[in-house]
Design a protein around this ligand. Structure first.
Ligand code: HEC
Ligand code: HEC
Length: 367
């Protein structure tokens, strides 16, 4: 019975939407009061040793809010020519990145930096993007739509399309209790996208997590890699990795220079990274430490995708990196043998979280 009522209502909205379409100068306006608004809090499934998932007080996660955000995330309606969506550069089966050094946007032009994995993105509280230029997921979601290289659209245009859609007015009503399709706004759209992104949490089923929980054991090689990564054995050379890629998220979210780019002076960095955000030259060449969860699936590596493989990354750290102004003191030659590097590589493999990537709740709702 409920199903019939819903279908009937969607049908009315569709008809109203279409009839208004014939006169585009008139504002779209559909009364939504008859559609129920019964928000149910979304209970995130978080591994118990993870930090708290903070949510803005004016944007608590609800089942219908997350569902709306998931639809928007996968919908090319956000791009100027309806060709790309957020998921074009953040693909679920690639841990929500795209395995490209730079990503083509709507006009085929490439983004200046590499797309980022969105695994556990709800826990990154010290700024988003490689340089930290926005503070919240709500604020972040505004940008790709307006970015001329990415979706090259405007929010007024997106909002117009959403109001006119046969599906979205009802979804916004269920998510946010709006009374009329006129109330659909950029603000509510980015809130919903942020709610969906906060659900993108590790499954807790990677081998690394299972070992933490006492449900599995490392092989000897993985254990050796673990000990080097976390500086656990005085007999072994220290890898120093954990200072920056700290457990449990495998990132400290600090802004640091890991010696990637040769630069004699702070002014010599082509992409100044965090320095652009703080305006302080000593932050030039610093980028946010990325998570290593699911790192296997997000090659090529670093903010500009300059390193092809994890072997290249490990060689980089073992060499101590380039001469680079402001390079962190922890980045210096490590003296790791071939076997040590192989062991580190095996340890990184235990961070694979396949259940995260195949989670149907994160997939395109339209299949
Ligand atoms: C054309 C490719 C492209 C599209 C489309 C795109 N992104 Fe991105 N995304 C990127 C790139 C590249 C970065 C890193 C940019 C930088 O740091 O300057 C990024 C970064 C992010 C981040 C920051 C993650 C972090 O850990 O700081 C989030 C969140 C994000 N995108 C979400 C979205 C959402 C939501 C959409 C759709 C509204 C979207 N992206 C559309 C390429 C894309
Ligand atoms: C001083 C802090 C620091 C240390 C120590 C460090 N890293 Fe990093 N790591 C970073 C930063 C910062 C980046 C991003 C740099 C960039 O893109 O410009 C990064 C990037 C990476 C990446 C690429 C991630 C991606 O998504 O592209 C991998 C893999 C990585 N580090 C592994 C390691 C391993 C393994 C070790 C130990 C051998 C290690 N790191 C030690 C700070 C550090």
């Amino acid at each position: 019975m409920k199903f019939i009522t819903l279908t009937y209502l969607s049908w009315i909205i569709l008809v109203l939407g279409c009839s208004k379409d014939t006169n585009p100068s008139e504002g779209m306006s559909t009364n939504l009061r008859d559609i129920p608004y019964t928000p149910i809090i979304y209970e995130a499934d978080i591994p118990e040793y993870f930090p708290q998932l903070e949510q803005p007080t004016d944007n608590p996660m609800t089942l219908d809010g997350v569902f709306l955000g998931r639809n928007l995330f996968y919908d090319p309606i956000l791009s100027i020519d309806s060709s790309l969506s957020c998921s074009s550069c953040h693909l679920p089966d690639k841990s929500f990145t795209d395995q490209l050094a730079k990503s083509p946007g709507v006009n085929g032009k490439l983004t200046p930096r590499s797309s980022m994995s969105l695994i556990n993105v709800g826990f990154y509280y010290s700024g988003l993007f490689w340089d930290g230029r926005v503070q919240s997921l709500e604020e972040q979601a505004i940008h790709p739509v307006e970015d001329v290289i990415e979706l090259n659209n405007t929010w007024p245009e997106v909002v117009k399309r959403l109001k006119r859609s046969s599906e979205y007015p009802e979804m916004f009503r269920r998510a946010f209790g709006i009374n009329n399709s006129d109330e659909i706004s950029k603000d509510l759209a980015v809130k919903a996208i942020a709610q969906f992104e906060r659900t993108l949490i590790s499954s807790g089923n990677s081998k690394y997590d299972k070992v933490i929980k006492g449900l599995a054991a490392f092989t000897d090689e993985e254990q050796l890699g673990f000990d080097i990564f976390f500086d656990r054995d005085p007999e072994l050379p220290d890898g120093e990795c954990f200072h920056c890629h700290s457990a449990p998220l495998l990132t400290s979210n600090d802004y640091l220079n890991n010696g990637l780019v040769a630069a004699e002076e702070f002014e010599d960095f082509q992409d100044i990274g965090h320095g652009m955000v703080t305006g302080n030259r000593i932050d030039n060449g610093k980028f946010r430490v990325p998570t290593l969860r699911n790192i296997e699936f997000s090659a090529p590596y670093m903010h500009d995708g300059r390193l092809e493989t994890l072997e290249d990354v490990l060689d980089h750290y073992n060499s101590g990196g380039q001469i680079s102004k402001g390079k962190d003191a922890l980045i210096s030659p490590l003296g790791l043998s071939k076997d040590h590097l192989k062991a580190l590589r095996s340890f990184l493999h235990t961070l694979n979280d396949e259940d995260f990537m195949s989670n149907e709740d994160f997939s395109n709702p339209k299949g």
